[in-house]
Design a protein around this ligand. Structure first.
Ligand code: SF4
Length: 247
């Protein structure tokens, strides 16, 4: 382990427990998804006119559309929309809940303390923001007082995220926190019941872990998050060993 990684482990409050295994024997690369259990094949969205337009957009059109979006009440309180950031051909997509105060001012997801922790989590599994990694949120405008996005707000914003996912074509989605997970999977469930399994978002494998903001308040959760990150790495290894056409 390099000095830099040791430093990151200390930052995460996990040294010396957090070790990226060379290859886990305990977790199958990509477990088959039993019918009707962990797999979530959500019902198709009704394609209204707005959704139909969004699903045809390229990156510049999508960014322009989000920047001027007034499709839900969250636009009223925002300073900047937070579109998402990173490698637009990334293998890894991390999805959080919504912008906080700092993100709203800067227009970038996961800045501040939670963002620093996310960067350290990425670094612990040898990933880096912007390099084969894309980061986005369920909603692109800040909910007042950092409250949870309401279902209507999430639903109105979902076509943008869906189009981003179509354009990025990630190999694996990591849902950060319950709000991201239940919105992507379209079903209510506890985060405990969702962790440690490979789910699916419209054909793309998805796993669930805690939101970094939660981990800042709940130190014991960091060890569980590390288990999730190792599971994500193992899952990605399995995906990369499968020919692209078969994924
Ligand atoms: Fe539009 Fe999404 Fe912002 Fe709502 S949260 S105004 S749907 S960009």
């Amino acid at each position: 382990m390099t000095a830099r990684r040791r430093e990151m482990m200390r930052e995460l409050g996990l040294a010396p427990r957090w070790r990226l295994r060379a290859k886990s024997k305990g977790v199958a690369p990509l477990p088959p998804i039993p019918a009707g259990s962990t797999s979530t094949t959500e019902p198709a969205l009704a394609l209204d006119e707005r959704t139909t337009q969004i699903i045809r957009m390229d990156w510049p059109q999508l960014k322009e559309s989000v920047a001027g979006c007034v499709a839900c009440p969250l636009h009223r309180g925002r300073n900047k929309t937070v579109f998402g950031v990173g490698d637009e051909s990334a293998s890894w997509l991390f999805v959080g809940e919504g912008p906080g105060a700092e993100e709203d001012l800067k227009g970038e997801p996961f800045v501040g303390q939670a963002g620093k922790l996310l960067d350290n989590m990425l670094a612990a599994i040898k990933l880096k923001r912007g390099k084969d990694v894309y980061i986005a949120n369920i909603v692109k405008c800040r909910p007042p007082g950092n409250r949870t996005p309401e279902s209507l707000e999430a639903a109105q914003c979902e076509p943008y995220l869906h189009r981003q996912i179509e354009l990025i074509k990630p190999k694996l989605i990591v849902a950060l926190g319950k709000v991201a997970a239940v919105n992507l999977l379209r079903r209510e469930a506890s985060i405990a019941s969702l962790r440690g399994k490979v789910h699916e978002y419209r054909g793309t494998p998805l796993i669930v872990t805690y939101h970094p903001a939660y981990l800042l308040r709940n130190l014991p959760g960091k060890a569980e998050a590390w288990v999730d990150l190792c599971f994500a790495v193992d899952t990605m290894r399995g995906l990369k060993s499968v020919p692209a056409a078969a994924i």
